[in-house]
Write a protein that binds this ligand. Structure first.
Ligand SMILES: Cc1ncc(COP(=O)(O)O)c(C=O)c1O
Length: 389
C-alpha cells in the first residue's frame, strides 16, 4: 500500500500560534477554569448597530446569493469614500478588491506578485502570518531585525533589499509592538520601493486605532504614481467585526488589483453576500464607534502599562496604537514559548510568546480585554514570575 503523503507545502506551513492560543484558551474556559485571556486579537466591543440592522434586513430578503467576485459596487463605493477620507484618493472600482478579511487581501497580493526565488522583506517583530503566507506563495521571507528597540531604521531595511526582492510588507501601527512608523520612515520606504521598482504592501488594519493624538502618516502622499503601492485594510479591528471576514486592497495599479482578483475568483469565488452588506453599513454608518473604541483602548493601554511597570525587570515599550503591548520578559526566561506555557499553567493567563512574532524573550499582551481582566491578569503574572527569579 502506498503512503498517503501530504504535500511539501503542508509539511512546511505551521499553525497560526495566535489562533492556537485562542483555541487553548477557549478549551480551558469550557473546562470551567478561571482563565484570563490576554492573548486575543479582537476588540470586545459589540458590533455597530448599523451592521446588525443590515444583516437582519438582508436575511429577510431571503436572497443570499453569489456577489461580484471582486466585491459589490455598494461596498466598493463605501471603500472609495473611506479611502478619500483617510488617504486623500478616490479609487475607481477597478482599483479596489474586496476580500475575506485583510488576510485574504495580503494572500491574493502575494499569490499575484511572488514566485519561487522571490524575496519578500518585512521587519521583526512581525505579524505571525507573514512568513508562512510568503512561503505558501512560493517566496522566501526575509526578516529585518532592529539593532535597537522594536523598530527597524530605513538603513536597516534598505540593506535587506536585493535583486531578488519582490515586495516589502509594512504594518503600522504594528502588531505586536503597537508602535507607529514615523513620517520620515514611511516616506523613505515609499521612495525606496519606487526606486528599486518593488511592491510595497501597507498593512493598515490598525491605522485608526492610535492614541495620544497620534496619526499614521499617509503613504499615498509620498508616492509618485501609486503603481508600487497597495493598501490593505478592513472592518475587523476598527469596528470589532472580525467575524464578518471583510477586508479590502486598494492600489492605483489596475493590473495588480485585477491579478489579485483572479486569485480570489479561483479560490473563494466571491465574498459573503451578508457580510458585504454589513460592512457597507458599518462604513457608511455612525463613525463615533471608532472614537469610542480608541478612547477605551487608550485607557486600557494606560492600565496595562502601569501594571506591567510594577513588575521588576520587565521592559515595556508604550504602545502608540493597536491593542497589543510587546514587553521584554527575557530576564525571567529566554524562551518565550516556555514562559507563555508556564503562565498559562501556573497563572491561568493566556499571552502570546514573542517567538511567534520573530522576537524571543518577549510576550505579547493584549489590552482589548476589559480592565478588570487586564489588572488581574498582570497581577497573576507578577505572582507567578516571582518563582522564576
Ligand atoms: C497585522 C495584521 N494584518 C492583518 C490582519 C488580518 O485581519 P483580518 O481579520 O481583516 O483578516 C491581522 C489580524 O490579526 C493583523 O494583526
Amino acid at each position: 500500500m502506498s503512503d498517503l503523503t501530504l504535500s511539501k507545502r503542508a509539511q512546511t506551513i505551521g499553525d497560526s500560534p495566535t489562533l492556537k492560543i485562542n483555541a487553548l484558551a477557549r478549551a480551558l474556559k469550557k473546562e470551567g477554569k478561571p482563565l484570563i485571556h490576554l492573548g486575543g486579537g479582537e476588540p470586545v466591543f459589540p458590533a455597530p448597530q448599523a451592521a446588525v440592522d443590515a444583516i437582519i434586513a438582508k436575511a429577510q430578503t431571503r436572497k443570499i446569493k453569489y456577489t461580484p467576485s471582486s466585491g459589490t459596487p455598494e461596498l466598493k463605493a463605501a471603500v472609495a469614500q473611506y479611502t478619500q477620507t483617510y488617504y486623500g484618493r478616490t479609487p475607481a472600482p477597478e482599483n479596489i478588491l474586496i476580500s475575506a478579511g485583510a488576510k485574504q487581501v495580503l494572500f491574493n497580493f502575494l499569490l499575484a506578485t511572488v514566485g519561487p526565488g522571490d524575496e519578500v522583506v518585512f521587519s521583526a517583530p512581525y505579524w505571525v502570518s507573514y512568513p508562512e503566507m510568503v512561503k505558501l506563495a512560493g517566496g522566501t521571507p526575509v526578516v529585518v531585525r532592529p539593532a535597537r528597540g522594536l523598530q527597524i531604521t530605513l538603513a536597516e531595511l534598505s540593506a535587506a533589499i536585493t535583486d531578488k526582492t519582490k515586495a516589502i510588507l509594512l504594518n503600522s501601527p504594528n502588531n505586536p509592538s503597537g508602535l507607529i512608523f514615523d513620517e520620515a520612515f514611511i516616506k523613505g520606504v515609499v521612495e525606496l520601493a519606487e526606486k528599486k521598482n518593488i511592491f510595497l504592501f501597507m498593512d493598515d488594519i490598525y491605522h485608526q486605532l492610535v492614541f495620544d493624538g497620534n496619526k499614521c502618516p499617509n503613504p499615498c502622499a509620498f508616492s509618485r504614481n501609486g503603481q508600487n503601492l497597495v493598501i490593505g485594510n478592513g472592518v475587523s479591528k476598527l469596528y470589532g467585526l472580525t467575524g464578518l471576514r471583510i477586508g479590502w486592497g486598494v492600489s492605483e495599479n489596475k493590473a495588480l488589483i485585477s491579478a489579485m482578483g483572479r486569485m480570489q475568483a479561483q479560490s473563494t469565488s466571491c465574498n459573503s453576500d451578508v457580510s458585504e452588506v454589513a460592512a457597507t453599513a458599518a462604513l457608511l454608518g455612525d463613525q463615533n464607534c471608532i472614537k469610542e473604541l480608541c478612547s477605551l483602548l487608550e485607557q486600557n493601554r494606560n492600565v496595562l502599562v502601569a501594571e506591567l511597570q510594577k513588575i521588576p525587570h520587565v521592559t515595556v515599550h508604550k504602545p502608540q496604537g493597536t491593542f497589543y503591548c510587546f514587553a521584554d520578559f527575557s530576564r525571567y526566561h529566554a524562551d518565550s514559548q516556555l514562559l507563555a506555557q508556564y503562565l498559562l499553567e501556573k497563572a491561568l493567563v493566556a499571552v502570546v510568546p514573542g517567538k511567534a512574532f520573530g522576537m524571543d524573550g518577549y510576550l505579547r499582551i493584549s489590552f482589548c480585554a476589559d480592565q478588570e481582566s487586564i489588572v488581574q491578569g498582570v497581577q497573576r503574572i507578577a505572582v507567578a514570575l516571582k518563582n522564576l527569579l
